[in-house]
Write a protein that binds this ligand. Structure first.
Ligand code: LMR
Length: 333
């Protein structure tokens, strides 16, 4: 049996964690031969709810669940963590502008970045889920100079899975037979769900769908799916977000299936002309615990325009929090 790995999770008593934790404990994320220690973190006023959740986890008697620890602060909760899932964030309240949300969360993710820097394992893999996820990842990473920015990622697998599910439904294909979907850019309505490289059973998707449906219906549907779910449910997506977190972390750690492409929000290295230093969703393949951007894809004028638009939004988000970011050091890039 392997040694247990430590997984720290913020917002651990929230709706996403409610299904996520049980999937992690049953081996869906790290593999069915990998014991896990769950380091669950919540705000002090949520600790009672967290204790209840911990009791339920214990009551499942998961063979792979080595230990659960509960924490009301990230400094303690991130201790020696090999993985950190940053789910907790302040949602947008009445009358709050996007800029206010950025600023409030900037404080939270500044503290979390520092705590990861000072307390987590030096090889920690970090996934930011709390919105605005890409810019929160930037803030956390810039506050963790001892860690490489490549250790930080933002969740766009949810958008990737949404695109795959909607396309499968439209074409009648099984999601397993679809490959090559790409989400470019921000986890926001400016993202670009790209089907130009996608295939169903090896046949180009673009030969099987109508261009007008793609541009007028499919793209806006994927881009605004999060708010459509909020409108319908009254609360944001939870189970599908948990599933996407499992997929993202499992692929990053255990590798993507041969040849398969997935989308991850990662630090831009300038690929495809995207400005360096922002967290942008790219097509990647993972192997041996690392991801690599899929290079050399041909991009038509429409794609380039869409990619620039979402890049622009990320640059604006960065500008809005720039005064809160520590100066870039040599080690952080
Ligand atoms: C989602 O994509 O479902 C969420 O990011 C939406 C939100 O704003 O909570």
């Amino acid at each position: 049996m392997r040694r247990p790995v430590r997984i720290a999770i913020t917002g651990a008593a929230g709706a996403i964690s409610n299904s996520l934790l049980f999937q992690i404990a049953d081996g869906s994320m790290m593999g069915d031969d990998q014991p896990v220690i769950l380091q669950l973190i919540e705000m002090p006023e949520r600790m009672e709810a967290l204790r209840g959740l911990a009791m339920e986890l214990e009551d499942c008697a998961f063979p792979l669940l080595h230990t659960i620890t509960l924490h009301d602060n990230v400094e303690e909760g991130f201790n020696n963590a090999h993985y950190a899932l940053l789910i907790g964030a302040r949602p947008r309240g009445p009358g709050m502008e996007r800029r206010d949300l950025l600023e409030v969360n900037a404080e939270i993710f500044t503290r979390q970045g520092k705590a990861l820097n000072d307390h987590a394992n030096r090889d920690v893999k970090v996934l930011v889920v709390g919105n605005p996820a890409n810019t929160n990842a930037l803030i956390a990473s810039r506050n963790a100079p001892k860690l490489s920015p490549s250790q930080f990622t933002a969740l766009t697998r949810l958008d990737h899975n949404r695109a795959k599910g909607i396309l499968a439904n439209h074409t009648g294909a099984n999601p397993l037979d679809i490959d090559g979907i790409i989400i470019w850019g921000n986890h926001s309505p400016t993202q670009f769900p790209d089907l130009y490289h996608a295939s169903v059973l090896g046949q180009p998707v673009m030969e099987q769908i109508d261009q007008e449906w793609y541009q007028q219906e499919f793209i806006p549907k994927v881009q605004t799916r999060g708010s459509q779910i909020i409108d319908a449910r009254g609360v944001s997506s939870a189970a599908s977000a948990a599933q996407a977190i499992i997929h993202h972390m499992r692929d990053w750690t255990l590798g993507t299936p041969p040849g398969q492409v997935v989308s991850m929000g990662i630090i831009s290295d300038g690929s495809y002309g995207i400005e360096k230093g922002i967290f942008y969703s790219f097509p990647v393949r993972c192997n041996y615990g690392r991801y690599q951007i899929v290079k050399g894809l041909d991009l038509n004028a429409f794609s380039q325009k869409m990619m620039k638009h979402t890049e622009q939004e990320l640059l604006e988000e960065k500008a809005a929090v720039n005064h809160l970011l520590p100066a870039e050091t040599e080690a952080s890039h």
